[in-house]
Design a binder for this molecule. Structure first.
Ligand code: FEC
Length: 298
C-alpha cells in the first residue's frame, strides 16, 4: 500500500522565453501587457537571469521523499508551471491508494493554500482517489526553531551597536483585501508565527508587514514592507531585519523584492539591513514536514 504525497509549490518559469506563458497563467489566462512583461523580466534579470525556485523546490521534494522512505511516493504539483497540481495527482493516482497534500508555504488563506487544495481535490475526484491536504503548518516547532536561529543569525550580521535594537519585520505575500474575508486565518497565522519566534528569540522590537503586493488599483493587505522601512527610519529605528516567514524558498519575491528592493530602500533611508535565511531544503524542517504527513496517514 503506497501513500502518495503531493508536494505543492508556486512554480517558476523554466527559461527567460517562458516568462510570458508563466505570467499569463498567473493572470488566469490574460496575457500581460508588454510593459508588465518587461517589468517582470527585468526582475528575473536583476537576480542574475535565474529561476532559483525551480531547483530549490526539487531539493525540497527530494528531501521529503528521503525522509518518508518506503511506503510513500512524493510528486510535485505546481500552481503556475509544469508539472501542475493536476499532473502530480494523475501521476500518484497510477499506483497509490490515497494522497496527502502538503503545500510548501506555512500559512493558510482561501486564495493561496485553499486554491492548491481545491485543485488537488478536484483532480483526485476525477481519478477516484481520496486526498487530504494539510491546511497550514505555521506553528510547526522545527520551523519556529529554524526561524528563531535564522533571525538571531541575521541580527548578528548588523553592526554591533545596532544588533539588539534593530526592528525585526516578519512578512508574507500580500493579498488583495477583497479576497481575505473576515474568517480567513491568513493575517492571524502570520501574527502567530511572528509572536512565537519573537518570544523564542527574546526580541525587543518586532512587527508585521506584507510584501510583493500586485500592481493593481484595488487595495492589498498592508502595511507594505517598503513603507514600514521608511516609517521606521523616520521614527528613529536602529536597523531592520526582514524575515519572510510566509515563504520557504529564496525565490524572486525574496531575491528581488527583499534582497534588491527592500535593501535599496533601507540604504536610501540610512538603515542597516539584513534578510533572514529561508528554509529552502533545511533537513530538520523537511523531516518535521515529513512527520506531519505521516501523522495524517496514521
Ligand atoms: O520565483 C518565482 O519565479 C516565483 C516567485 C513567487 C512566489 C509567489 C508566491 C505567492 N504569491 C501569492 C499571491 C499572489 C497573488 C498574485 C500574485 C502574482 C504574482 C506575480 C509573480 C509572482 N506572484 Fe505570487 N508569487 C511569486 C511570483 N501572487 C511574478 C505576477 C506579477 C507580480 O504581481 O509581481 C496576483 C495574481 C493572482 O490573483 O493570482 C494574489 C501568494 C504566495 C505565497 C504562497 C505560495 O507560495 O503559494 C499568497 C513564490
Amino acid at each position: 500500500m503506497t501513500t502518495g504525497v503531493l508536494a505543492m509549490a508556486y512554480g517558476t518559469p523554466s527559461s527567460r522565453e517562458q516568462v510570458a506563458e508563466y505570467y499569463t497563467d498567473i493572470r488566469r489566462g490574460r496575457p500581460p501587457t508588454d510593459e508588465q512583461l518587461a517589468d517582470l523580466t527585468m526582475r528575473y534579470d536583476a537576480i542574475g537571469g535565474t529561476f532559483p525556485l525551480r531547483e530549490i523546490t526539487q531539493r525540497q521534494v527530494a528531501a521529503l521523499q528521503e525522509a518518508l522512505g518506503n511506503g510513500f511516493r512524493v510528486e510535485l504539483g505546481q500552481k503556475h508551471a509544469h508539472p501542475f497540481v493536476e499532473d502530480g495527482v494523475a501521476s500518484l493516482a497510477r499506483d497509490c491508494d490515497r494522497i496527502v497534500g502538503l503545500v510548501l508555504a506555512p500559512h493558510y488563506s482561501a486564495v493561496s493554500v485553499g486554491e492548491y487544495a481545491r485543485r488537488a481535490a478536484a483532480a483526485a475526484a476525477t481519478h477516484g482517489i481520496p486526498i487530504e491536504t494539510i491546511d497550514s503548518w505555521h506553528l510547526l516547532p522545527d520551523y519556529l526553531n529554524f526561524l528563531t536561529d535564522a533571525v538571531l543569525a541575521a541580527m548578528a550580521t548588523l553592526p554591533d551597536d545596532v544588533q539588539r535594537d534593530a526592528d525585526v519585520v516578519f512578512t508574507a505575500h500580500s493579498l488583495p483585501e477583497k479576497s481575505v474575508g473576515p474568517e480567513d486565518p491568513y493575517p492571524d497565522q502570520l501574527r502567530a508565527t511572528a509572536e512565537a519566534v519573537a518570544t523564542q528569540a527574546d526580541l525587543f522590537r518586532w512587527t508585521l508587514a506584507w510584501q510583493s503586493a500586485g500592481r493593481t488599483p484595488d487595495p492589498w493587505l498592508g502595511p507594505d514592507i517598503l513603507d514600514v522601512i521608511r516609517t521606521r527610519a523616520e521614527e528613529g529605528a536602529a536597523g531592520v531585519v526582514v524575515c519572510a516567514c510566509g515563504f520557504t524558498a529564496d525565490h524572486l519575491e525574496v531575491a528581488y523584492d527583499l534582497d534588491v528592493e527592500a535593501r535599496r530602500v533601507a540604504e536610501e533611508v540610512g538603515l542597516p539591513f539584513a534578510r533572514v535565511a529561508s528554509v529552502n531544503d533545511d533537513r530538520t524542517v523537511l523531516n518535521a514536514l515529513a512527520d506531519l504527513v505521516r501523522s495524517r496517514v496514521a
